[in-house]
Design a protein around this ligand. Structure first.
Ligand SMILES: [Zn+2]
Length: 693
């Protein structure tokens, strides 16, 4: 019996070892596998590279788990060198890696490529798995010499900008935690760390020019952002009992920048302006339109002192951060404050600006010009397009792809970060996931995203610099929770950022990600347990058949352009929506009744009509108050077939799904379905399919 158990235990391991022989994230562009393995036994490496970079790379290699010793010999086991033969590498980050009976060779035209080649070697190298018996159970254990399968790899990234974003304002994360994530960024060949250093909930960057910012707003009396947000948004002194938060000293920031640089990662600082600046106004109330702090988050653009402040802050930021790009935020400003402010109005008149959008654009241009005069490039969220885009600005497209498309078409660079890159969304069945921002973003959705919108020409597509994973931290108070949200979805975005579409394959990626989760856990990370993924709503997993599929549908009230689903066919395509109304299967109707008519093509016997609705209190989405179903043979005279009232409590939080309709016997060619608004001004109705049987 014991022997049978042991066999069962061995079988999946053997399979795993076979399939996992080559598992590299992100997938190389070109990979050939040979027969055999090279064993790294007391192994050495040689490095042909000059300058200070050589010392840093040699240090990095010497301290890796492979325990390679540096050698001057031409016959080292691992030979790393700049290729001066004129081999045509696509970019500085491209590399070649060959492993055969003679050992391993990594070559590139630049040190960055050598670094990435070594990352690939680290992922290729595996220790044999032996089984250790504890009691009557066998546990796998990695030990012995590392082995590298014979391979021939030629690799280069698809995009220049392969980013990961971290919000440290909503909740503060320590330098140690940041470095831990930077190491994974390097492993996945990501190269831009977007550090969201300032926001309403705290200024985290210690400045010589304005030490008051961190002194006043780096700590708060309540630990969780959501509690802080609901309890008056007050700050406190560091020494207050129960104070929560923190900030980074200039020395800590420089240390992180240097640590990242050695991992070939550029740290891009984000300093939010002119919105999301509650903490600035709490410190300097004179920069608010009202002259008072703790009232709103928008800097007064009419006030010259605002520009003095912004330029002084950015000067110091440029002194600390060598990054070519400086992110100035620019999103979600409530412009109504400027419309009511005499200083802002005077500025608009002086500058000939016709509305407050142009006023923000004026602000952004001045900031962009200031950065450009200091040799830096400005990047901002896609709101910076509104009111006119500064000539040299780079756009980070977050409200869908539109911002990126507009930027690329007008000759501006763009970085794509639509909601499929928003890792603050739940990655599995949202009811069982930690409390979050509200959406559902499984790893597959991250993986399937193509950052180059189909609408762009080849010429325009060159302006898409890349893609970035964003992690906002409103609901993420701990380090373990932060890692849980990053991994393994960060692997999916990394593969999208690096690997060309023709070399991508979800099934293969998923197998790699399952292995990677186990590896991450062994390294002390807290990834999501992908192997237990529940997946999307059961109703959304399989198409349904019914009489209305593909039939013409007319709308009395048009669908909101914000949530059109996948077009006019959405409600009759046989596909039910998943956990998120953003998945292209739900259509949204804002502050309106929902009223459509379907033409079945000929008069038919019908017995059942229903549609499904979603309720999300926190997203302002409710069930309809009542639905009414009509039938007609001629499309002119409609008979009411039945109606049904809502029976879901509008106060219930969380996800609610419910279908409403009619069941009976009737003959009709036209079916009209009406769902009455719930009575909440500004509220939404979302539905995914009208089923006719
Ligand atoms: Zn003002």
């Amino acid at each position: 019996m014991k022997r049978i158990l042991a066999l069962f235990a061995l079988w999946p391991l053997w399979l795993w070892a076979q399939e996992s022989s080559i598992q590299i994230i992100p997938q190389p562009q070109h990979l050939e596998q040979g027969n055999g393995r090279y064993t790294l036994h007391n192994a050495t490496f040689s490095l042909r590279l000059d300058g200070s970079e050589a010392h840093e790379l040699a240090d990095y290699i010497s301290t890796s788990p492979l325990q390679l010793k540096r050698s001057r010999s031409e016959k080292a086991d691992v030979r790393i060198f700049l290729d001066e033969t004129g081999k045509n590498f696509e970019s500085d980050e491209a590399y070649s890696l060959k492993a055969d009976t003679t050992g391993i060779e990594i070559s590139a035209r630049h040190e960055a490529g050598l670094f990435y080649g070594f990352q690939t070697l680290l992922q290729l190298s595996r220790q044999p798995i032996t089984l250790e018996r504890v009691g009557c159970v066998l546990f796998p254990k990695e030990e012995g010499d590392f082995e590298v399968p014979y391979v021939n790899i030629d690799d280069a990234p698809r995009f220049k900008w392969r980013g990961m974003h971290m919000d440290v304002s909503r909740h503060f994360f320590s330098p140690r935690q940041i470095k831990k994530q930077l190491r994974m960024m390097a492993r996945y060949k990501l190269n831009r760390f977007h550090w969201h250093l300032t926001d309403d909930s705290g200024w985290r960057l210690e400045l010589k020019s304005y030490p008051q910012l961190t002194q006043t707003t780096a700590y708060r009396p309540v630990a969780h952002y959501m509690d802080w947000s609901e309890q008056g948004r007050r700050f406190c002194n560091k020494d207050t009992k129960g104070a929560s938060g923190g900030c980074y000293t200039r020395a800590e920031v420089r240390d992180i920048i240097d640590y990242a640089r050695r991992l070939h990662i550029t740290v891009v600082p984000e300093i939010e302006m002119p919105g999301h600046s509650w903490e600035v106004l709490a410190t300097f109330p004179e920069l608010a339109c009202s002259g008072k702090g703790y009232e709103n988050s928008e800097l007064c653009i009419g006030n010259d002192k605002t520009f003095t402040f912004v330029e002084k802050v950015l000067s110091e930021v440029m002194e600390i951060f060598p990054s070519e790009y400086i992110h100035i935020g620019g999103d979600e400003a409530d412009r109504s404050h400027w419309a009511k402010c005499s200083k802002c109005q005077a500025r608009m008149q002086r500058e000939g600006l016709s509305d407050v959008r142009e006023l923000q654009s004026y602000f952004t241009r001045r900031v962009e010009d200031f950065l450009a005069r200091h040799g830096r490039k400005m990047v901002g969220w896609d709101e910076i397009i509104e009111g006119g885009l500064s000539p040299r600005a780079t756009v980070m497209s977050w409200r869908g792809e539109e911002g990126g498309i507009t930027a690329a078409r007008t000759g501006h660079d763009a970085i794509m970060t639509p909601w499929v890159c928003y890792l603050d969304n739940a990655q599995d069945f949202p009811i069982y996931e930690p409390r979050g921002i509200g959406g559902y973003l499984p790893i597959r959705r991250c993986y399937d995203y193509d950052p180059v919108p189909a609408a762009l020409t080849e010429q325009e597509a060159r302006h898409i610099l890349g893609v970035q994973a964003n992690l906002w931290a409103e609901f993420i108070p701990t380090e373990a929770h932060q890692e849980y949200m990053y991994y393994p979805r960060l692997c999916a975005i990394a593969e999208t950022a690096w690997t060309k579409p023709q070399a991508k394959n979800y099934e293969r990626f998923r197998a790699k990600a399952l292995g990677e989760v186990e590896w991450l856990k062994r390294q002390g990370y807290y990834p999501f347990e992908l192997k237990y993924e529940y997946g999307d709503r059961v109703e959304a997993q399989h198409p349904i058949a019914h009489k209305a599929i593909g039939r013409p549908i007319t709308y009395v009230t048009p669908v909101s352009p914000k949530y059109p689903g996948s077009g006019d066919n959405t409600l009759v395509d046989g596909l039910r929506g998943g956990f998120t109304y953003q998945d292209g299967r739900w259509q949204g109707f804002e502050s309106k009744d929902f009223d459509v008519t379907i033409d079945l093509g000929s008069v038919e016997d019908i017995s059942h009509v229903e549609a499904e609705f979603i309720q999300r209190l926190d997203q302002w989405i409710w069930m309809p108050r009542e639905v009414i179903v009509y039938g007609s043979e001629d499309g002119q005279n409609f008979t009411e077939l039945g109606r049904q009232q809502n029976d879901v409590d509008p106060q219930i939080p969380g996800f609610q799904f419910r279908h409403y309709g009619w069941t009976g016997q009737a003959r009709a060619r036209y079916v009209r379905y009406v769902a009455l608004q719930n009575g909440h001004p500004g509220g939404w109705i979302f539905t995914d399919e009208i089923v006719v049987q």
